[in-house]
Structures are given as structure tokens and as C-alpha cells.
Design a protein around this ligand. Structure first.
Ligand SMILES: Nc1ncnc2c1ncn2[C@@H]1O[C@H](COP(=O)(O)OP(=O)(O)OP(=O)(O)O)[C@@H](O)[C@H]1O
Ligand SMILES: [Mg+2]
Length: 440
């Protein structure tokens, strides 16, 4: 779903794209400066060192995107992807944006946001057009996707993306990209990803109350996939699993596109709760201990190792064996990956995940999460780091920032396609709504 173009907010050679991830643990914003291929001046940002060349991203284009600032704030107004407290959410957005403005020197007016949640639904649809020029080009593809999206959508839902499953040219089915083919009849079978209008509007309202205009609302896994998945992985079949604070999002990609998504109500907060109860600590301290000494597998730690707890009190800290902590964390991790495996196998997707699993989200930073995932899921697993983007390594390589970086990358890809389409004078002034499903 898109509300307008990105705007040039700095120099003539660059555009600014701001991603704003409104999560349940943190709200974070990153400021991306996108340099056009023609005018690839090195950026002079405090976060980028020297004149960097464009980086070949997972989306395959020479992106020239540099993260020039970022901000993060604690989130309390979001639960399971949905706003539960407007004021608290607005406050966190303001704080994250202010920090991002300070670090980037950009006056942020517009943001791109992501959305997830149980309210996401897929509607199957199809469209057909007659091809006048005989040869199918981007324009025909756009028209047939427009025809497919012109289906009655319930008033309480809004379209986020239109994802083609296949194209049919003159009755020939199974075509993934019809451009360049000759035919007189072009059909498209699509999945329309929709979200509850109320959830989308509440999120955009929070941004507006924080003084921001929302450029685009994307289904979060679709955006994240642009940051962390390779084109090959998406073609072969891959599961993108984002473990967040209170929930875990599972998104499956096949033949280049998202085919299924689901949400589990387990996340990093469950690990913290277990530690708080198991070690009788306040939540804040349990969180601290988990982040500092957590590990999901007993087999990966030294059985004799001691850690200190209780140092947030005025009293001196107390030493415990690290195994006590890991004995609490391991069963939760086992449960989480078993639930994920059930989701993949019950829906019959497990055997199609030829490229395995990519993990993102804060809890993935805990030692052993990838090893345990590999053991339980019986698939190759890697931790998703963003590619195609330059800047502070602490942000780029952090799996908890993959989603917000995906918002910048996805929007940059969309804008690039728009420019390509409009420079051919085909779509002057028309924003493509096909959401980047092609390998341009
Ligand atoms: N080093 C770490 N070790 C273990 N857990 C961590 C670490 N760093 C962050 N986490 C956990 O990651 C979780 C937050 O992850 P993330 O920042 O991806 O969530 P979010 O995007 O705000 O939430 P959601 O996606 O559910 O809306 C928290 O539960 C936090 O405890
Ligand atoms: Mg998240």
C-alpha cells in the first residue's frame, strides 16, 4: 500500500528513505540515503567511512544505500503487532525519530512502516487483459495486475501487496515473468495480501500524531526479505523467521514470492519471564542477565562457568553457575523451534524449504539459537544480516535491525522501478503497485 513518492530531502543527487519499525519491544528508525546510479557521489556521513561504492544487495541491484542515522526507543504501546496504547506508541515514535534526526542531521517528515499481526489475510484473485502490442512489456504486466487487484475487498480490509503466483500467456500457464513474450491474452493469478483497516489506520495515526507522513505501509516479512534473503533462496524455497519480543513471524517464500505466513505467540519476552521466575529476579534484571549471559544450549557452555546476578540491587551481586540460567533458557528455545517445525510440517511446506531457514530478530542474538534451530528444524539455518546497504556495522549486522533495514531497501527498490518505468514515459506520474515482484 503506497501513498506517494519519496521526496528529495537532502542534495539533488540523493533521496532520503526512512524506515520506521514499530515493534513490541522497540521502535526504531533508520535513515537511508539513496544515491542514484548516475550520480554516485560518496556520502559524507558520520556513520559511513570514506567514499563507498554501491553495494550489491540481495535484491540484485547496485543499491548505493547508506544508513546515515538511526534511533531507537523502548516500546510499550504495541502487542502482537497491534497498537494497544496510542499515546505510548506516539511517544516511542517521537523518541526514535528525534534520535534518528540527531544522528543523521535530516529533518524527518516521512516514514515507511511495516505491519504484521494475526489480521493479515491472503485473497486469491485473477485478472486478464488483451495485449495490443503483441509483445508483453512492463506496462501489460502492470495492467493485468491492476485487473487482478480490482476485486471486491471487504470495507474493513486494505490491500498491502499484490503478489503474482503465475502468469498465463495465450493459455500457456506456469509463467513467472511474461515480459518479452508474444501473446494476445495475458492472465495473472495473484494473492492479494490484506490487513485489517483498523490496525493499519491505528499505526498510521500514531505516526501522524508524531508529526510524520506515512509514505508506504508494507507487510513486514515482504520488506525484511529484501534485506536478508537472496534471490536464489526465494526461488528455491526458504523460511524467513523473525523472532520478536512477544511473537514470532514465519514467512515462506517459493519461486521468488511469499506463499504463506503465520504468527506464533512466543518471543524473547517468554525467555525473560522464564528467567525472572526461575532465578527469582525482577524482569529488568532477568532481561539484562539473559542478554549478557544467555545461551540456548547447555552443550555450548562451560559447566563450571560462574556468572554474577543481583548487581542491580544496592547489595553486592551473587554468583551462580551459568548452567542454572541455560537450563531455564534451553527448554523455551526447544519449544519455540518445535512449534515452528510443527507449523512448517503441518502445512506441508517443510519439504519445499530447499534453501533452509533464515532467522532474524533480537532473540537470535542469543548464543546457540541457530545451532538449535538447525537440530530441531532439520534444515540449514543461517542468521539474517542485511546486504545491499552500507553504514554502521552494528546496525547492518544486527538481526534485530533486519526488519527496519528491509523497509528502506524495499522502498528503494520500488522507487527504482518507478524511475525506470517513468523514464520510459510509460507510467509518468503513476506509482507502480506491483510491489517489486519482478527481477528487474
Ligand atoms: N543479546 C540478546 N540475547 C537474547 N535476547 C535478546 C538479545 N538482544 C535482544 N534480545 C531479545 O529480543 C527481543 C526483542 O527483539 P526485537 O527487537 O526483534 O523485537 P521487536 O521487533 O521489538 O518485537 P516484535 O517484532 O515482536 O514486534 C527481546 O525479547 C529481547 O530480550
Ligand atoms: Mg520486530
Amino acid at each position: 500500500m503506497h501513498f506517494g513518492f519519496i521526496k528529495d530531502m537532502t542534495s539533488k543527487n540523493s533521496n532520503i528513505i526512512v524506515g520506521l519499525d514499530i515493534g513490541s519491544t522497540k521502535v526504531c528508525a533508520v535513515v537511508g540515503e539513496v544515491y542514484s546510479a548516475k550520480n554516485n557521489n560518496p556520502p559524507h556521513s558520520p556513520l559511513t567511512k570514506g567514499g563507498m561504492k554501491g553495494v550489491e544487495g540481495f535484491s540484485g541491484y547496485d543499491s548505493n544505500i547508506h544508513i546515515v542515522g538511526a534511533g531507537s526507543a523502548l516500546s510499550r504501546g504495541i502487542k502482537k503487532g497491534v497498537v494497544i496504547n496510542i499515546e505510548q506508541t506516539v511517544e516511542a515514535i517521537r523518541e526514535a525519530i528525534q534520535q534518528a534526526e540527531k544522528t543523521s542531521g535530516v529533518d524527518i517528515k516521512m516514514v515507511n512502516i511495516g505491519i504484521t499481526g494475526r489480521h493479515i489475510e491472503y485473497i486469491a484473485s485473477q485478472g486478464v487483459i488483451a495485449v495490443k502490442e503483441k509483445e508483453i512489456g512492463s506496462r501489460e504486466v502492470e495492467l493485468v495486475l491492476d485487473a487482478a487487484r480490482a476485486v471486491a475487498i471487504p470495507l474493513d480490509r486494505e490491500i498491502l501487496h499484490v503478489v503474482p503466483s503465475e502468469f498465463i500467456v495465450n493459455g500457456q500457464s506456469g509463467i513467472t515473468d511474461p515480459r518479452g513474450m508474444v501473446g494476445i491474452r495475458l492472465e495473472a493469478k495473484v494473492q492479494i495480501i490484506t490487513g485489517a483497516a483498523s490496525s493499519i489506520q491505528n499505526l498510521t495515526k500514531c505516526c501522524q500524531k508524531a508529526g510524520l507522513e506515512v509514505v508506504d505501509v508494507m507487510f513486514q516479512p515482504v520488506a525484511t526479505s529484501d534485506a536478508v534473503l537472496t534471490r536464489d533462496e526465494k526461488d528455491l524455497g526458504v523460511a524467513l523467521i523473525d523472532i520478536g519480543g512477544g511473537t514470532t513471524d514465519i514467512a515462506l517464500f517459493q519461486e521468488g514470492n511469499i506463499v504463506y505466513s503465520a504468527m506464533l505467540e512466543v518471543g524473547g519476552a517468554n525467555f525473560t519471564n522464564d528467567v525472572a521466575i526461575g532465578l527469582r529476579l525482577p524482569s529488568l534484571e532477568a532481561e539484562h542477565i539473559k542478554r549478557g549471559h544467555g545461551c540456548s544450549m547447555l552443550a555450548l557452555i562451560d559447566r563450571e562457568e560462574e556468572i554474577e546476578i543481583g548487581y542491580s540491587d544496592a547489595k553486592p551481586g551473587k554468583k551462580i553457575l551459568r548452567t542454572h540460567l541455560v537450563e531455564i533458557l534451553q527448554p523455551r528455545a526447544e519449544e519455540l523451534f518445535s512449534l515452528i517445525k510443527d507449523e512448517l510440517t503441518n502445512k506441508g511446506y517443510h519439504k519445499f524449504m530447499n534453501a533452509g531457514v533464515v532467522l532474524t530478530g533480537g532473540p537470535v542474538l542469543m548464543k546457540g539459537m541457530d545451532v538449535m534451530a538447525e537440530n530441531i528444524l532439520e534444515l540449514p539455518v543461517r542468521i539474517g544480516k542485511s546486504a545491499g546497504i552500507a553504514g554502521d556495522a552494528d546496525i547492518i549486522n544486527n538481526p534485530a535491525y533486519a526488519s527496519v533495514l528491509g523497509l528502506v531497501l524495499h522502498e528503494a527498490g520500488e522507487s527504482l522501478k518507478d524511475q525506470e518505468l517513468s523514464s520510459g514515459n510509460i507510467f509518468d506520474g503513476i506509482r507502480s503497485k506491483m510491489s517489486g515482484w519482478f527481477k528487474l
